[in-house]
Design a protein around this ligand. Structure first.
Ligand code: GTP
Length: 516
C-alpha cells in the first residue's frame, strides 16, 4: 500500500499553507483594490459631472447675459430692421454660442434671422414652439423640432419697449444634431478609458451624447437619470440602456433643469484591476519561489535524521546497526529522544537475543551446552576439518541414586558433576549434556592418548568428589578420535565413543576405555 513519507507530507502541507496564504492575500488585495477602484471611479465621475454641470450652467448664464444685452439695445428701436439684422449677426458672430439667432415680434412672426440662409423669415411661430413667446421671461427651452425640421433647443430673452410694452423676444438656437457649443464644451472629455458623458433634459431626452444618433432619444428605467432630473447630484452603479454595468457620477444643471452624467463601464475598471493584480502576482513570484525553496530545504533537513532512523530500524540485525544509529545527527529534541529510545531498544533486543540463544543452546538443569549446540559445532568442525577427540561420560548405577535419595538429589548430582567437568576442562574443551545422565566432552586438536589421560584424571576427580547426600559416585568413559583423514564419519566417531563407554561398563564401570 502506498504511504506518504514524512518529507512529502511536510512538503505537501507547507506548500499548501504557503500557496493558500498567497492566494488569500491575492483575494483580499483583489477585493480591497476592487472596492477602492470602484469608489475612486465613482468619485472621479461625480466630481467630473459636477464640474461639467457648473461649466454648462456658466455657459447658459453667459448666453442669457448676451441675449439680455441685445434685448436692451433692441428695446430702444425695435422696428429698425437694420438694427435687428446687425444685432442678430453680431450675436451670432461674436458669441459663437448659437447655430442661429432670430427675433420674433409681438405677433409671433419671425422678423429677423441670422444666418439669412435659413428660410424662416416672415413665418409665424408654430403653436407648439410658443413657450418663449408666451413666457415673456428669460428661458432655456426643451428640445423641439423647428419649422425648418431641425432638432434644436433655444435660449431666449424677452424685449420690452417703453412702458414695459412687450415687443417680442430674441432667441439663440443650438442645433442638437450638428456641431454646437455643447460638443465644444463637453467633447473635451477623454474617452481613452472607455468613459463618456451625456446630458439629459427634464423629459429624460438626450440633449448631448457622443453618439449623435442617440440625441433626442428618451431614456426610461435608468435610476441615475431619474435622480438627476429631480435635482440630485452624486454617484452610483447603474446598468445603462444597452445593459452594460456602469459607474456613474451625475450632477444637476440648475439653470436649465438638465442633468449631466459621466460614466465608465465597470468592465473597463475591472480590466485595469486585472492588470494591477497580474503585476502584483508577477512581483511576488520570486518571493514565493524563495519561500518554497526554503520549505523544500527545511523539509529535507528536518526529515533526514528521521528517515535515517527509520531506515536503521529496518536493519536492526546488522552488526553495525548500533554504530550507524550513533552516527545519525540528532539536532533537534524529538530525533534525539527517538535515537535514544531506539538505541535502548536495540540494547534490550540484543540482550534478549543472547538470552534466547543461551536458552536454546544450553541445558536448563546443568547449564552445559545441549545436543543442538553439539550438532552445530560438529557440523562447523566437519567443514573446517577440525580434528578432535570425544569422551562419552555416563554415571554408574545412577538409577540407584534416584531410587535411594529421590529425583531431586539425582538432579543435584547431575549439577555437581557438570560443574566438576567444566572446572576440569581447559578453555578449549567443551562439555555437553547428551541427554539423561550421559555427557560428552569435545577436545579439539587433541590426540587419543592425551584425551585418554584427561578422561582418567577426570574419572578419578569425580570418584573422589563427595556429592551432597548421595556421597561418592563413579562414572564410566569411552573415548574416540576424528580427523579429516579418517574414514569414519563424525556420527560413527560418536558411536565409537559410545561403544567404548559400554565396554567400560561391561568391564566393571569406574574406568575409561579408548576405542581401538
Ligand atoms: N534425577 C534425574 N535422573 C535422571 C535424569 N535423566 C535420567 N535419569 C535417570 O538416570 C537413570 C539411568 O538408568 P540406567 O540407564 O538404567 O543406568 P544406570 O542406573 O545409571 O546404570 P548403568 O548405566 O548401567 O551404570 C534412570 O533411572 C533415569 O531415571 C535426570 O535428569 N534427573
Amino acid at each position: 500500500m502506498f504511504r506518504l513519507d514524512l518529507q512529502r507530507l511536510f512538503l505537501l502541507l507547507t506548500t499548501a499553507a504557503v500557496l493558500l496564504t498567497f492566494a488569500n492575500s491575492y483575494y483580499v488585495t483583489y477585493q480591497v483594490q476592487k472596492q477602492l477602484l470602484i469608489d475612486s471611479t465613482l468619485e472621479a465621475n461625480r466630481v467630473y459631472a459636477a464640474k461639467l454641470a457648473e461649466t454648462t450652467n456658466n455657459f447658459l448664464q453667459n448666453a442669457q447675459k448676451q441675449l439680455a444685452y441685445s434685448a436692451k439695445i433692441l428695446s430702444t428701436d425695435f422696428d429698425n430692421e437694420s438694427l435687428r439684422e446687425s444685432e442678430t449677426e453680431r450675436l451670432y458672430q461674436q458669441s459663437s454660442f448659437f447655430n442661429s439667432v432670430s427675433i420674433i415680434n409681438s405677433k409671433a412672426i419671425i422678423t429677423t434671422v441670422f444666418p439669412k440662409t435659413i428660410p424662416i423669415k416672415g413665418l409665424l411661430l408654430p403653436e407648439n414652439n410658443r413657450n418663449p413667446f408666451n413666457a415673456r421671461k428669460p428661458l432655456v427651452s426643451n428640445p423641439m423640432v423647428a419649422p425648418t425640421g431641425s432638432y434644436l433647443m433655444s435660449i431666449s430673452h424677452p424685449i420690452f419697449g417703453m412702458n414695459e410694452k412687450y415687443l417680442g423676444f430674441i432667441t439663440g438656437s443650438i442645433y442638437l444634431h450638428q456641431n454646437n457649443v455643447f460638443f465644444k464644451l463637453l467633447s473635451q472629455h477623454s474617452y481613452i478609458d472607455g468613459s463618456y458623458i451625456y446630458v439629459v433634459d427634464q423629459n429624460k431626452e438626450l440633449i448631448y451624447h457622443i453618439n449623435k444618433k442617440r440625441i433626442g432619444e428618451q431614456i426610461e428605467g435608468n435610476h441615475v437619470i431619474d435622480s438627476v432630473i429631480i435635482g440630485t447630484s452624486g454617484s452610483d452603479k447603474v446598468v445603462n440602456s444597452l445593459g452594460i454595468p456602469m459607474l456613474a457620477g451625475f450632477a444637476y444643471i440648475k439653470r436649465s433643469g438638465w442633468g449631466v452624467v459621466a460614466q465608465r463601464p465597470l468592465e473597463n475598471v475591472m480590466a485595469e484591476l486585472d492588470v494591477q493584480l497580474t503585476e502584483v502576482v508577477l512581483k511576488s513570484l520570486p518571493l514565493l519561489f524563495l519561500i518554497l525553496t526554503i520549505v523544500l530545504i527545511a523539509s529535507r533537513y528536518i526529515t533526514k535524521p528521521l528517515k535515517a532512523l527509520a531506515s536503521q530500524a529496518n536493519h536492526m540485525y546488522q552488526n553495525d546497526a548500533e554504530q550507524n544509529i550513533l552516527n545519525i545527527k540528532s539536532w533537534y529534541f524529538e530525533v534525539h529522544e527517538l535515537k535514544r529510545a531506539i538505541l535502548s531498544g536495540l540494547g534490550t533486543l540484543k540482550h534478549k537475543i543472547n538470552q534466547l540463544n543461551k536458552d536454546t543452546n544450553t541445558d536448563p538443569l546443568t547449564g552445559l551446552y545441549n545436543r543442538r549446540s553439539l550438532d552445530q559445532l560438529l557440523e562447523q568442525w566437519r567443514e573446517l576439518k577440525q580434528s578432535f577427540a570425544v569422551i562419552a561420560v555416563d554415571i554408574d548405577h545412577f538409577k540407584v541414586v534416584n531410587d535411594l535419595y529421590g529425583h531431586d538429589v539425582g538432579d543435584e548430582v547431575l549439577k555437581h558433576l557438570s560443574l566438576l567437568m567444566k572446572e576440569n576442562c581447559n578453555e578449549n574443551y567443551i562439555a555437553f549434556r547428551n541427554g539423561g545422565e550421559e555427557f560428552l566432552i569435545l577436545l579439539p586438536s587433541t590426540k587419543q592418548a592425551d584425551a585418554h589421560f584427561f578422561a582418567e584424571k577426570l574419572r578419578v576427580k569425580i570418584a573422589q568428589y563427595n556429592m551432597p547426600i548421595a556421597g561418592n559416585i563413579t562414572v564410566s568413559l569411552g573415548i574416540s578420535y576424528w580427523d579429516s583423514n579418517s574414514n569414519d564419519t563424525i556420527k560413527i566417531t560418536l558411536k565409537k565413543a559410545d561403544i567404548a563407554l559400554y565396554q567400560a561398563k561391561r568391564q566393571g564401570r569406574n574406568c575409561s576405555i579408548l576405542h581401538s
